[in-house]
Ligand binder design. Structure first.
Ligand code: 3PG
Length: 398
């Protein structure tokens, strides 16, 4: 991928597409600003090169019209604090206010455009909208890894108005791509993937792409029950995708053929309802009572998974081990986080939920790399080419 370092940006007006799609509480306070902090190195690099800077992002999923609760104003505030610098927010995206502010922007000044998705053209990858954005600047930088799996106007169509000398990836996007490429192409072995989350359907393609690359595959979370049921176990009321039982068997057969060991839970924390005040039982996967469901991996499984990871040199983790949002069912995910954090391995964490677990467990600083992408990082693990990355590929080496 082309890097911002390859461009001559000195004194130029630079448009930086960021992913400031951050979680907000009911008072629109940012509850996790990792995505904002991750954008700072590219912004500082542009400031150091005497650029004037236009920042653009989406926030939430407004339907192509202004929705006050999705204003980027909380992001403007956070940027000011992180950069210790004035950040101007335009009241529209490509309207009079934005274009006038962009046109008069001076070196060292920063303009943040209002939410790109207040305009229909963003998600429809509209050329006219993309051109209006492109016309504001001399250089285009994409640092929005989290949205690179979307062919949206500020990610894809906008690049039609720049060339190899005027468009490139920012530092965050570059780092994200390099980490996942190294992981999938030349991992230091043993390479163990830990996959969780509630549904097999969301992760099936990722499992299929990982199988020929990993030495071991650890499966936890709700998706493990489809595999357990496929093996003939009675899993009670645990979450299951009956239409994927054959697929689950195929994955297990393929793993056997490739010599990849699959680890599944041997015990679970079970309850009759998925609620914080539910009565819980620790049971083996063979003994889930009728009407009960597994909502977290049990202590024996945590030990088994720890052993599976003991010799790993590279670990990829995507998906929690249980319903970690509820304290009663969070221990399996937290223990997994600690085990991975303490491993003498390159550790890469992907997916919004998993990053949340790691942050809550207090392990964020111990991981080698935590992706800022949710859907985007999953698509990379699935082996897909991301539209936003494809358009910034070096011509000699995609
Ligand atoms: C994300 O949070 O994964 C990205 O910002 C993309 O958001 P979207 O799923 O609404 O396109």
């Amino acid at each position: 991928i082309r890097s911002i370092r390859d461009l001559d940006i000195a004194g130029k007006k630079v448009f930086i597409r960021c992913d400031f799609n951050v979680p907000l509480d009911e008072f629109t306070n940012i509850t996790d600003d990792r995505r904002v902090r991750s954008a700072i190195p590219t912004i500082r690099y542009c400031l150091d090169h005497g650029c004037s800077i236009i920042l653009a992002s989406h926030l939430g999923r407004p339907k192509g019209a202004v929705e006050e609760k999705y204003s980027l104003s909380p992001v403007q505030m956070r940027l000011k604090r992180l950069l210790d610098k004035e950040v101007i927010l335009s009241s529209d995206v490509i309207g009079k206010d934005a274009t006038e502010k962009a046109a008069t922007l001076q070196a060292g000044e920063i303009l943040l455009l209002e939410n790109l998705r207040f305009h229909k053209g963003e998600t429809s990858n509209d050329e006219a909208f993309a051109k209006a954005l492109a016309d504001m600047a001399d250089v285009y930088i994409n640092d929005a890894f989290g949205v690179c799996h979307r062919a949206h106007a500020s990610v894809e169509a906008i690049t039609h108005y720049f060339n190899e000398k005027t468009s490139a990836a920012g530092f965050l996007l570059q780092k994200e791509i390099e980490f996942s490429r190294n992981l999938l192409r030349r991992p230091t072995r043993p390479f163990v993937a830990v996959v969780g989350g509630s549904k097999v359907s969301g992760k099936l393609q990722a499992l299929v792409n990982l199988l020929p690359r990993v030495d071991k595959l650890v499966i936890g979370g709700g998706m493990a029950f489809t595999f357990l049921k496929a093996q003939g176990l009675d899993i009670g009321n645990s979450i299951v995708e009956d239409d994927l039982l054959d697929e689950a068997n195929r994955v297990m057969e393929e793993a056997k053929r490739l010599g990849v060991k699959i680890y599944l839970p041997v015990d679970v924390v079970a309850a009759q309802t998925c609620s914080q005040d539910a009565t819980i039982k620790f049971v083996t996967v063979q003994e889930i009572p009728k009407g009960w469901m597994g909502l977290d991996i049990g202590p024996a499984t945590s030990r088994l998974f720890r052993e599976a990871l003991a010799d790993a040199q590279t670990i990829l983790w995507n998906g929690p081990m249980g319903v970690f949002e509820l304290e009663k069912f969070s221990k399996g995910s937290f223990k997994m986080s600690h085990v991975i954090a303490e491993a003498h391995a390159t550790t890469v964490v992907g997916g919004g939920d998993t990053a949340d677990v790691v942050a809550r467990a207090g392990d964020a600083d111990e991981m080698t790399f935590i992706s800022t992408g949710g859907g985007a990082s999953l698509e990379l693990i699935e082996g897909k080419e991301l539209p936003g990355v494809k358009v910034l590929a070096k011509s000699e080496n995609v």
